[in-house]
Write a protein that binds this ligand. Structure first.
Ligand SMILES: CCC/C=C/C(=O)SCCNC(=O)CCNC(=O)[C@H](O)C(C)(C)COP(=O)([O-])OP(=O)([O-])OC[C@H]1O[C@@H](n2cnc3c(N)ncnc32)[C@H](O)[C@@H]1OP(=O)([O-])[O-]
Ligand SMILES: NC(=O)C1=CN([C@@H]2O[C@H](COP(=O)(O)OP(=O)(O)OC[C@H]3O[C@@H](n4cnc5c(N)ncnc54)[C@H](OP(=O)(O)O)[C@@H]3O)[C@@H](O)[C@H]2O)C=CC1
Length: 285
């Protein structure tokens, strides 16, 4: 992998027809919110839920990216709508949930896929860079979770949250800020899975390994070239692997599962190394 292609992973045309074991139409009438829904994993997840008959509410910061996905999904006769929301702004997030409930009168599932980081040696992190990653991945995810839960509590309705995180079991070199944030999300999810069980709210996490998406553009070709060798299957996963995991946990298939972390990484947590900044000479011999 020597160059950066125009797009990593699936196109909307791929996602419209990619095979799935889930039944088309089986979530008819449900409303699913996918943050980061115009990104690689979020887009696949929004497509899968829409193909299952749900209305996919897609959010992201880029109005154009969100509009393109909504257009592609609705062009296939499926249900989707889009909103521009920065997950780091709690007032905006709360207003977003007001809008979703005003438009649909319900929300069934929230998938938090908005997130990301940049590769840098931890010793060089600036305060602004650290805060950007913590605010996006820990605080932003929390604002979305709390806003969703408050609506479900107030409406007396059940709900389900899936947080897309990162495999944290042995760190991830070059992205220590995100490991800090995602470890926080995993712990938080377990805590509120118990606190919110009486409200009928389930909370789970999916930890993807190396999944080929546009998010990879932030890494060097050398770092990316090593990702397929970061697990015993010796290949990268795809966004559909994560979408199907999100549906399993978020939807009725996961109805007796809460506080769980599902790792979808080709066994990478057991064998393999991921150096997002390239492997230092010290570890090469
Ligand atoms: C297997 C691989 C593992 C995982 C893969 C994935 O998850 S892929 C899928 C996930 N997708 C992604 O990861 C998508 C790509 N990631 C992002 O979009 C961002 O990293 C973000 C998520 C923090 C957004 O934060 P934002 O909107 O606030 O962005 P901003 O641009 O305004 O930056 C704010 C500050 O952060 C700092 N800083 C930023 N970049 C660098 C850098 N390269 N170098 C050093 N520092 C950097 C800098 O201090 C900057 O301020 P400045 O100095 O410019 O005044
Ligand atoms: N791909 C991979 O290998 C892995 C991915 N993950 C995680 O999975 C999640 C999805 O990743 P992936 O789809 O690959 O990455 P992408 O970069 O393709 O998608 C991430 C999306 O998050 C949105 N986003 C980022 N910051 C904000 C914000 N502050 N407010 C609202 N939306 C925001 C972006 O939207 P916009 O551009 O409009 O701001 C973008 O569309 C991320 O948390 C990622 O870190 C974890 C492990 C591995």
């Amino acid at each position: 992998m020597s160059e950066t292609p125009e797009q990593f992973g699936f196109t909307d045309a791929d996602l419209a027809t990619h095979p799935t074991v889930y039944a088309e139409g089986s979530l008819a009438g449900q409303v699913v919110l996918v943050s980061g829904g115009a990104g690689g994993i979020g887009r696949a997840t929004a497509w899968l839920f829409a193909r299952m008959g749900a209305h996919a509410v897609i959010s992201g910061r880029s109005e154009g990216k969100v509009a393109d996905v909504v257009k592609a999904i609705t062009a296939k006769g499926l249900k989707a709508s889009g909103h521009t929301v920065d997950v780091r702004e709690p007032e905006g997030v709360a207003a977003f949930f007001d809008t979703v409930w005003a438009e649909h009168g319900r929300l069934d599932i929230l998938v938090n896929s908005a997130g990301g980081q940049f590769p840098q040696a931890a010793i060089d992190f600036s305060v602004k860079g650290w805060n950007a990653v913590i605010n996006t991945n820990l605080n932003g995810t929390w604002f979305m979770m709390q806003a969703a839960a408050r609506k479900w509590r107030d409406a007396g309705r059940p709900g389900s949250i899936v947080n897309v995180v990162v495999v944290t079991t042995h760190g991830l070199y070059g992205v220590a800020h995100t490991i800090a944030a995602r470890s926080g999300v995993i712990g938080l999810s377990k805590s509120v899975a118990v606190e919110w069980a009486p409200l009928g709210i389930r909370v789970n996490c999916v930890a993807p390994g190396a999944i080929e998406t546009d998010g990879w553009k932030v890494y060097t070709p050398e770092a990316r070239a090593a990702y397929p060798r970061s697990n015993p299957m010796m290949r990268a996963g795809d966004a559909w692997d994560i979408a199907e995991a999100c549906v399993y946990l978020g939807g009725p298939t996961g109805k007796f599962v809460t506080g769980e972390l599902l790792t979808v990484d080709g066994g990478g947590q057991l064998w393999g190394e991921t150096w997002t900044t390239g492997k230092p000479d010290y570890f090469k011999t």
